[in-house]
Design a protein around this ligand. Structure first.
Ligand code: FAD
Length: 410
C-alpha cells in the first residue's frame, strides 16, 4: 500500500518504521525543517550533543520507546537525578519516602497521610475505578487540606490554570504510578535519536519530506491508498473537510501551549537539582529543569542548561512576549533561587510548543478520538489519544505502532 503520514514527531516516525517493516510504501510529510515534533532539538557549535527545545527524559518503564532504541541500537543513558520542590523560599528533596516523612512544612500526621495515599495510588493497577473523580477534590479529601493547599493545589494550578479543579484523578494517578526515580535519556539527545530513527526509515525505503506542510488533505488522496494524520486535532480540523459533529467532538478537548525559556550559563544554576517543582503561586513559572544536572555538561562544551517551563492558554500575555521580555519578568524570581545567576548567563532561547498539553478533565474518556475517522482511508493518531498516561514520546511510539497495525490489517 502507498501510505502518507502527516507529521514527523515520534508518532509519525514510529508508524512509518512499523509500516515499512511490513513492506508498505511510506512517505512522511513534515512542515518543519527537522524531525522530532514537540521533542525537536537544536545544536550549538560548542556542543557535541543536541538539546531539546523543551525538557525531555524517559522513565525507566517507558518500554515502547526503550525497546525501539534497543532495536535501532541507540544507546540510552540511565541516571537518578534529584527531583526537588521549591517551597516557602527553600529547595527541599521530594522524590522518596524519606523526603516526604522529613518534610518540614506539614505536621507529621499529614506527612504520613500523604505518604500512604501516594503508596496506595502506586498499588492501583485498574485506573477505571478512579474514573469520574476529580483530582483536586480527592487529594483534598485523602491527603488533607494542608497538604493540598501547600503542594498539590499550586502544582495543579501551575499546570492547568483555570482548569485545575476539573482535572481527572486518573491523570494524577498516572503521574504517580508511572514515575520512576531513575530516568533515561538517549545518547546525543532526542534530536539525534529522531534523526537516527529517520535514517533507519530511509534505509527501509521510506521517504521523508521536510519543509512540506500539508494544507489540504484532499491533495494527497489520489496518490495514496491510506493517510495517517498525527497532527493536533485542531490542525486536522483545518486541513480536512470533517463532518460537523465529529469536528466538534475532536476539537472539544482544550489544549495548553508549552512555553519554555532556556538559559545557557557558564556555571550551574542549582546545586544538584535536576527537576524543581515550584509551589509558590506568585512565581511566574511552574518548573525549572537543569538539564546539565542530569546529563554531563561536557556534552555541551561545559555550558550549563536551565529550562524554565510553563503551560499557558492560547490568550495568555506571556505568549506575546519575546525571550528578553520574558527573562525580565522571570528575573526577580530566578534570583530568589540563585541571586547571582545573571553574571554567568551566556544566552537564552524561547520555545513555544502549540497544543502541547491536552487538558485531561473528568469527562476526557468520552472525548478521546478513535484511530478511524469518518473520512475513508484517513486515520488519526495524536497525543489526545494518550490516556490515562501523560502524553510523551513513549506513548507516541505506542500510538504509531497501534495505528500502523490497524492501517496495515484493513
Ligand atoms: C514542555 C514539554 C515537555 C515534554 N516532556 C517530555 C518528556 O520528558 N518525555 C517525553 O517522552 N515526552 C515529553 N513531551 C511530550 C512529547 O514531546 C510529545 O508527546 C510527543 O513528542 C508527541 O509526538 P507526536 O508525534 O504525537 O506529536 P508532535 O510531536 O506534535 O508531532 C506532530 C508533527 O506534525 C507536524 N505538523 C503540524 N502540522 C503539519 C502540517 N499541516 N503538515 C505537515 N506536518 C505538520 C509538526 O511540525 C510536528 O512535527 C513533552 C512535551 C512538551 C511540550
Amino acid at each position: 500500500m502507498r501510505i502518507a503520514i502527516l507529521g514527523a514527531g515520534f508518532t509519525g516516525l514510529s508508524a512509518a518504521y512499523q509500516l515499512l517493516k511490513k513492506g508498505h510504501d511510506v512517505t512522511i510529510f513534515e512542515k518543519e525543517n527537522s524531525l522530532g515534533g514537540l521533542a525537536v532539538g537544536f545544536s550549538d557549535p560548542n556542543w557535541d550533543w543536541t538539546l531539546e527545545r523543551a525538557y525531555h527524559h524517559w522513565f525507566t518503564n517507558d518500554d515502547a520507546i526503550l525497546k525501539l532504541a534497543g532495536e535501532i541500537n541507540h544507546k540510552v543513558i540511565i541516571k537518578r537525578p534529584s527531583t526537588d520542590i521549591f517551597i516557602k523560599g527553600k529547595t527541599l528533596p521530594f522524590d522518596n519516602a524519606l523526603s516526604l516523612l522529613s518534610f518540614p512544612h506539614l505536621p507529621i500526621v499529614d506527612r504520613i497521610r500523604m505518604g500512604m495515599v501516594i503508596f496506595y495510588l502506586k498499588q492501583i493497577n485498574n485506573y477505571k475505578k478512579l474514573e469520574g473523580k476529580k483530582a483536586a477534590n480527592w487529594i483534598r479529601k485523602w491527603m488533607g487540606e494542608k497538604a493540598f493547599s501547600l503542594i498539590w493545589d499550586p502544582l495543579l494550578s501551575g499546570k492547568f490554570g483555570e482548569y485545575k479543579n476539573q482535572i481527572a484523578l486518573t491523570w494524577f494517578w498516572a503521574r504517580i504510578k508511572k514515575r520512576t526515580p531513575k530516568l533515561a535519556y538517549p545518547e546525543g539527545g532526542f534530536q539525534m535519536f529522531a534523526d537516527h530513527l529517520g535514517a533507519e526509515i530511509k534505509k527501509l525505503g521510506g521517504k521523508i519530506l521536510l519543509n512540506t506542510e500539508v494544507k489540504n488533505i484532499e491533495d494527497l488522496k489520489k496518490e495514496y491508498d491510506k493517510i495517517i494524520v498525527t497532527l493536533p486535532s485542531p490542525v486536522f480540523a483545518k486541513i480536512a473537510n470533517l463532518p460537523q459533529g465529529y469536528k466538534k467532538r475532536i476539537t472539544s478537548i482544550p489544549h495548553l501551549h508549552a512555553q519554555v525559556l532556556i538559559l545557557i550559563l557558564k556555571k550551574p544554576f542549582m546545586n544538584k537539582t535536576y527537576w524543581l517543582n515550584i509551589t509558590d503561586k506568585n512565581f511566574p513559572f511552574l518548573v525549572l529543569a537543569e538539564h546539565t544536572n542530569f546529563m554531563n555538561p561536557k556534552n555541551y562544551g561545559g555550558q550549563h542548561i536551565l529550562y524554565i517551563g510553563n503551560y499557558l492558554p492560547q490568550n495568555h500575555p506571556y505568549l506575546k512576549m519575546d525571550a528578553d521580555e520574558l527573562l525580565k519578568k522571570f528575573d526577580p524570581f530566578l534570583r530568589k533561587i540563585n541571586p547571582t545567576y545573571h553574571s554567568s548567563l551566556i544566552t537564552h532561547h524561547l520555545f513555544v510548543g502549540p497544543f502541547a498539553q491536552p487538558v485531561v478533565t473528568v469527562d476526557y474518556p468520552k472525548k478521546i478520538p478513535a484511530f478511524k475517522t469518518p473520512l475513508k482511508s484517513i486515520y488519526l493518531a495524536n497525543l489526545d489519544m494518550v490516556y490515562p498516561w501523560d502524553r510523551g514520546t513513549n506513548y507516541a511510539v505506542e500510538l504509531g505502532r497501534q495505528v500502523a497495525s490497524i492501517v496495515s490489517d484493513e
